[in-house]
Structure formats: C-alpha cells, structure tokens
Design a protein around this ligand. Structure first.
Ligand SMILES: C[S@@+](CC[C@H](N)C(=O)[O-])C[C@H]1O[C@@H](n2cnc3c(N)ncnc32)[C@H](O)[C@@H]1O
Length: 316
C-alpha cells in the first residue's frame, strides 16, 4: 500500500506524454538513454530529466554501466502492477506510440548489426573449441537433465558471454541475470534478449571479482566455460558462492585436464582444464559440497576436450 501523497507523486510521474511514451517503450525492453533519445527525438537532457522523475517515483529502475545508463520497468510488485495497468489502458495503435515502436525496431536492428559484426570475429575461435569436445547438444542436454525440474527465483549466469545459458535454462528461473566483464559480449547478449522482449532476463557488465550487489541473492548460479579463464578458479568460485542464498546451488561446466596448449595463446585460457580433485578442494574451501558430477567425453582420436558438469550445494 502506498501513502496518499506518495501515490499522487507516482501518478504525476506517469501522467505526462513523454513519460508515458517512455513507460510504453520500456515495457518492450531495457534501453539506454542514448537509445531513448534517438527514439523520442528529443534532447538528451530532456529525456534524462523525464527518466529521473520516473526513477524517483519508483516506476523505473536505473542501472549505470560506465558512461552509459540503462533503464527498465521496476520489478517491485506494487510499481509493476500499476504500470501494467496504466499501459493496458493505452491504445497502442495511437500514431505517436506506433512511430515510437517503429524507431525502436530501427534501434534494435542497429544493435543486432553491431553485435553480429563483433561476434563474427570471435565465432571462428569458438567453433574451433566446440569441434574439440562432444556435441554442444549433448552437453546442453546433460545440463538440462541436471536441472531435474528445479526452478530458481533468481538465476545468475556468471561470465554469460552471449547469454546462451540464460536461453537454455529459460523456464527454470523466474528472473535471470547474466554478468560478463566484456562490453562486447554483453552487447551481443543484450541485443539477443531485447529482440525477444524477455523482461525477466537481463544482462549486466560486471566482474566476478566484484559481485557485492548480488550478495546472498541467488538460488542458482552457473559458471559455464568460465573458470578456466582464471589463474585462481578457487577464488572465483568463492566469489560466486557469495551470491548464493543459504542452501543455493552452483553448476560449473568446464573442461577436464587436457594438453591443448594453444588454447592459452588463442583463447586466453589460464588453466588447461580443471580436475575433479581440484573442484572438491575449491568447493570445500568455499563452503560448498560437490553433490554430483558428470563427464561428457570427447570422441576425437587425436585428443580433444572432455567436458564435466559439477553440481555444488551451499553448506551454510
Ligand atoms: C568462454 S566464454 C563462455 C561464455 C558463456 N558462459 C558460454 O558458455 O557461452 C567466457 C566468458 O567469461 C567472461 N569472463 C572472463 N573473465 C571474467 C570476469 N572476471 N568477470 C566476468 N566475466 C568474465 C568472458 O568475457 C567470456 O564472455
């Protein structure tokens, strides 16, 4: 319940043409000030002022990423029910709103084109690694089998890359957040989810070493092909564990020890695979227990990569 004066302030925030247009656009996807300025064709200070009022009223949340700021509709139940109700009353065939959607589509096409250009550069290298292990479909099926019908309130995919795990496990979480330290990867993932209009999935630029804002928030965390990039995978696992609620779970999907030295040079691998004994030790140090693990062997006669899925449970 909201107090009378506060409620009037919220209605005032929504009760203006540009701000209603902003709410309608943000109901489509998370957008940056730059995108919104382009779509509304208004000056950035003006758009920022409207966004500030919407943020202060609690209808919208702001997320800063370096010099950029992204906005999305609030997840807070009171605010989201109110915005949903207001937007239901809007005639979406209104010419102003239709023109906004047209320009939003153009902005999304531009994001897609940029993401595709970047990804085409790295895709070749990824395909080479993929060709060295069991088919992706077998690995993904094993990950789905491991879920065993579980559904998380909050799922965090650390080192999300292009957001593949968020796509694969959609249906197994209420809210999903992908975090990655690469701005380019985040752009690829963001463009993917903004095009599907999935509001319960979003991505954030962030570092596994700095996860304070997610402390004790997640039921389930994924580290898919990420730990081999760390000099100290145990420390990274420890950091991932801080984001878990008591009793939460972590899935680590990574390579078993191998001798493919070129992966260090070409793909920034720091560790040539992770052994089961190492995983048990790192898990123990992070107050996690290895509850199960499954190996998916390669079938490459000249040497390939065996993938292992470790399922870890918080012991606190
Ligand atoms: C091999 S990719 C795997 C991406 C994704 N998990 C998948 O399997 O498709 C590793 C990802 O980890 C990210 N990464 C590496 N170090 C990181 C760090 N310290 N914090 C966050 N992300 C990191 C990289 O940017 C990259 O996107």
């Amino acid at each position: 319940m909201t107090a009378l004066i506060e409620f009037v302030e919220i209605l005032r925030a929504a009760g203006e043409i540009t701000r209603l247009r902003l709410l309608a656009l943000l109901s489509e996807s998370e957008l940056s000030v730059k995108d919104l300025t382009e779509i509304l064709d208004q000056s950035q200070p003006r758009v920022s002022r409207h966004l500030r009022l919407l943020t202060e009223s609690g209808l919208v949340t702001r997320h800063a990423e370096g010099a950029w700021a992204f906005f999305r509709l609030s997840d807070e139940p009171g605010a989201s029910i109110l915005v949903e109700h207001l937007l239901e009353q809007l005639d979406r065939t209104d010419t102003v709103l239709q023109a906004d959607v047209g320009r939003l589509d153009a902005v999304r096409r531009d994001h897609r084109a940029r993401a595709a250009t970047y990804f085409s550069k790295v895709a070749k290298d990824w395909d080479r690694v993929r060709s060295l292990h069991a088919p992706e479909s077998a690995v993904e099926q094993a990950i789905l089998d491991m879920m065993d019908g579980q559904r998380a309130e909050l799922f965090i995919d650390l080192g999300t890359g292009t957001g593949r795990m968020l796509e694969l496990l959609d249906g197994h979480f209420k809210k999903g957040v992908g975090i990655d330290s690469s701005r380019e990867m985040i752009s690829v993932a963001r463009s993917k989810f903004e095009n599907t209009g999935q509001q319960h999935v979003f991505v954030r630029l962030g570092d596994i070493g700095q996860l304070e804002e997610y402390r004790a928030s997640a039921d389930f965390v994924m580290l898919h092909q990420v730990l081999h990039h760390f000099d100290d995978p145990g420390q990274a696992l420890q950091n991932a564990r801080y984001t878990l609620k008591p009793g939460g779970k972590i899935a680590v999907v990574d390579f078993m020890p191998h001798e493919l030295e070129f992966l260090r040079e070409e793909q920034a691998h720091r560790r040539l695979g992770l052994s089961h004994a190492q995983m048990v030790a790192w898990a123990g140090a992070a107050n996690l227990r290895v509850s199960s693990h499954k190996e998916i062997p390669h079938n490459k006669p000249g040497g390939g990569l065996t993938v292992c899925i470790w399922h870890l449970t918080d012991q606190s």
